[in-house]
Ligand binder design. Structure first.
Ligand code: NAD
Length: 373
């Protein structure tokens, strides 16, 4: 099997889907790897390291992708790049096919066997392949560091000759993978940390990290272990209790999300107005619109003395470790497709059957797709 990997072209993307470490593993599994020169530059993996790991370095994306059986990526490739793939190529990455009709059409026109990794079921067996989790961890960590950087305060308590400094009070909104990592990071920096979520099981998870669970009286567990959107009454109750509490908080990091929907709006303008001057809000949900209605994605603004940051590309800002984790996730998933150095699809395996897009498994097999044309 020939594996092709081209440089990521999306703005702000520094991560890479293949590292020298996973390249070596693919080669050991019998694959030939073609990597575009400069592939790992943004994540600080030099060409020589890929060459030493057994990759064939090629001049451009066309040379990397032409004739490849399996193509790996981080961001969804643009339609123009998909069109260069051969019929029936297997494509693994964060493909988000539904987000762009041109991309979806390009994938279908070439009967690409697409595995958008965001569709992977979040079962125990799939944990080692879960790119949403590995990348959310980096995003939560970076969001809290940005908050610490923007805050005009120390996070830890300090006892000094100039008097005692009280620790910052940090609130993390949403305690999924990113939120829990944000809580852990704030704890390590010495802050007093609280978190809340609408999934009741997060109480124990927040407490296990040394945080305090902020009970806003709303419980909204939905399908598949995710949250559901709140009803109007639930939302009003959450807002009422939260507005009061925010007056005592120095730093808010927002991470709340509901799958397939824009980020829930949790902090409104009146709540921000009620916060103490010198407070900081970092809205990690900015990528999907933000949890704070004042957030401007990609910008840092100030309103009534409160700084509101909506950073983008957070996982990419930790590209080296984010890529190491992403590439291992991809290798672990791709291993399900590789048998004796060739591609094989076990459609009885739910990790393949539920991740493949868009065809039902039987019709998605390359042989079936090829015979249909
Ligand atoms: P996510 O990114 O979809 O959402 C982030 C958090 O926001 C979630 O915890 C959600 O409950 C919360 N949220 C949504 N609306 C909210 C609101 N109005 N107020 C406050 N919080 C709100 O979530 P995620 O980090 O991807 O994790 C989702 C679930 O998947 C969790 O149950 C997690 O434990 C589970 N998970 C399982 C595995 C596995 O077993 N393989 C791996 C990763 C995550």
């Amino acid at each position: 099997v020939i594996i092709g990997v081209a440089r990521e072209t999306a703005a702000g993307e520094r991560r890479v889907a293949l590292t020298p470490e996973t390249c070596r593993k693919f080669v050991a599994a019998g694959a030939s790897v073609r990597a575009e020169r400069g592939l790992g530059r943004g994540a600080h993996f030099p060409d020589q390291a890929y060459a030493a790991a057994g990759a064939q370095l090629v001049a451009d994306a066309d040379a990397a992708l032409a004739g490849a059986d399996l193509v790996l990526c981080v961001q969804p490739p643009p339609a123009a790049m998909i069109e260069r793939l051969q019929h029936g190529t297997v494509l693994v990455g964060s493909l988000q096919p539904q987000a762009d009709p041109a991309r979806a059409a390009a994938l279908q026109a070439l009967a690409i066997v697409a595995f958008p990794l965001e569709r992977l079921p979040r079962t125990t067996r799939a944990q080692a392949m879960d790119v949403l989790s590995s990348q959310a961890g980096m995003a939560g960590y970076k969001a809290m560091l940005i908050a610490a950087q923007l805050a005009p305060r120390f996070f830890p308590m300090l006892t000094t000759a100039a008097g005692t400094i009280r620790p910052s009070k940090v609130l993390v909104v949403g305690a999924g993978v990113a939120g829990l990592q944000a809580i852990a990071t704030a704890k390590r920096l010495g802050a007093q940390v609280e978190g809340f979520d609408v999934r009741p099981e997060t109480r124990e998870q927040i407490q296990s990290l040394g945080g305090k669970f902020l009970d806003l009286g709303v419980s909204a567990a939905g399908e598949g272990g995710y949250a559901r959107a709140l009803t109007d009454e639930e939302r009003a109750e959450q807002q009422r209790r939260l507005s009061e509490h925010l007056k005592t908080i120095d730093v808010v990091v927002c991470t709340a999300a509901v799958p397939g929907r824009p980020a829930p709006k949790i902090l409104d303008a009146a709540m921000v107005e009620g916060m103490q001057p010198g407070s900081v809000i970092v809205d990690l949900a900015a990528e999907t619109g933000g949890n704070c209605e004042l957030t401007r994605p990609g910008e840092t603004i100030e309103r009534d003395g409160v700084v509101i940051a909506g950073p983008l590309h957070l996982a990419s800002s930790g590209a080296l470790h984010a890529s190491e984790m992403y590439a291992r996730n991809v290798f672990n998933f791709a291993s399900l497709l590789l048998k004796d150095g060739a591609l094989a699809f076990d459609w009885d395996d739910e990790l393949l059957a539920k991740t493949v897009w868009p065809q039902p498994p039987a019709a998605a097999a390359p042989a079936a797709a090829a015979s249909a044309t």
